[in-house]
Design a protein around this ligand. Structure first.
Ligand code: HEC
Length: 102
């Protein structure tokens, strides 16, 4: 039994570390790709016609921070304000890195 618990805790530790290291990409895939596309190139009604591909890390970060504090946005900003309100600075920085890499 002790061995099983030991093996389980090893799995958990590695699992959590891997999820953290890949946090931004994972978060983007789960929470953003539906509207913006897996590589940020979708510019349809769902994304308000905006395209993430081509944004620099700084621009993406600035816009996400802007949505979160209500200083940035267009006609459909409420969608992004609601989403970003739940993100930490760390999560926004990680998401911006992902977007800057498209
Ligand atoms: C339900 C659809 C939807 C989801 C999910 C979504 N977005 Fe958006 N996103 C939009 C819409 C619509 C806009 C345009 C809003 C506006 O009018 O300002 C937008 C705008 C943006 C912009 C600004 C683009 C620009 O150049 O002005 C960024 C950056 C962005 N989204 C990032 C993200 C990230 C990161 C996620 C995941 C955490 C995400 N979005 C999830 C719909 C979505």
């Amino acid at each position: 039994m002790k061995q099983l618990i030991f093996a389980l805790s090893i799995c958990l530790t590695f699992g959590v570390t891997a999820a953290f290291a890949d946090g931004g990409a994972d978060l983007y895939a789960k929470r953003c790709s539906k509207c913006h596309g897996a590589d940020g190139s979708k510019a349809s009604g769902a994304s308000g016609g905006t395209m993430l591909k081509g944004l620099s890390v700084d621009a993406a970060k600035g816009k996400l921070m802007g949505y979160r504090d209500g200083t940035y946005g267009g006609a459909k900003k409420k969608i992004m304000m609601r989403l970003t309100s739940k993100f930490s600075d760390q999560e926004i920085a990680e998401l911006a890195e992902v977007i800057g890499g498209f």
